[in-house]
Ligand binder design. Structure first.
Ligand SMILES: *[C@@H]1O[C@H](CO)[C@@H](O)[C@H](O)[C@H]1NC(C)=O
Ligand SMILES: *[C@@H]1O[C@H](CO)[C@@H](O)[C@H](O)[C@H]1NC(C)=O
Ligand SMILES: *[C@@H]1O[C@H](CO)[C@@H](O)[C@H](O)[C@H]1NC(C)=O
Length: 143
């Protein structure tokens, strides 16, 4: 019985890992020069048109991906977390892209929280997106 429960937990963890790997953009976008402007995340991402292969600047509204769940950020379609959180910062690496902020809890106090945007956002042919939403893209970025 105990062994079965452990196995179930391991299988769930593996399944979740596969789902997480299907997302992701840090491998194909220049997270080093990514930036947040209000709830919008912008960076250069490459497209999969190998004939016209290039990095294009994309803007995407992260409000479409996360919700403030009682003071913690969790993935949620059109979650609109941004109005109830503040003090945003982002920190990227080759494996993750961490959004840190403080979010209001039901008691009205702010709680620090983080979420790895690389687990919910993906690069769809040069546009950042999540839950079927897609950002815009343009040849010329801000720099
Ligand atoms: C990068 O983009 C290429 C072309 O779209 C794709 O085949 C590859 O899986 C992507 N890699 C990552 C890490 O997203
Ligand atoms: C991918 O993006 C490139 C460049 O923006 C575009 O030319 C191409 O048509 C796109 N491919 C698909 C399948 O949308
Ligand atoms: C992309 O979206 C951003 C944020 O809404 C906007 O400021 C920008 O003008 C848009 N760019 C294009 C090419 O549509």
């Amino acid at each position: 019985m105990f062994a079965c429960s452990i196995l179930a937990i391991v299988l769930v963890a593996l399944g979740f890992g596969q789902h997480a790997r299907a997302q992701g953009f840090v491998g194909n976008c220049t997270w080093q020069t990514g930036l947040m402007a209000d709830s919008f995340l912008g960076m250069y991402c490459n497209n999969d048109d190998w004939a016209h292969f290039s990095y294009q600047w994309t803007w995407f509204d992260t409000n479409l991906c996360l919700i403030n769940n009682g003071g913690s950020l969790i993935p949620y379609d059109t979650g609109n977390y941004w109005p109830t959180c503040r003090d945003f910062s982002v920190r990227g690496s080759n494996v993750d892209y961490i959004l840190s902020c403080t979010c209001y809890q039901p008691d009205g106090k702010l709680a620090p929280t983080t979420y790895d945007l690389n687990r919910v956002l993906s690069n769809q042919n040069g546009s950042l997106g999540c839950f079927g939403h897609e950002g815009n893209k343009t040849e010329a970025g801000p720099f």
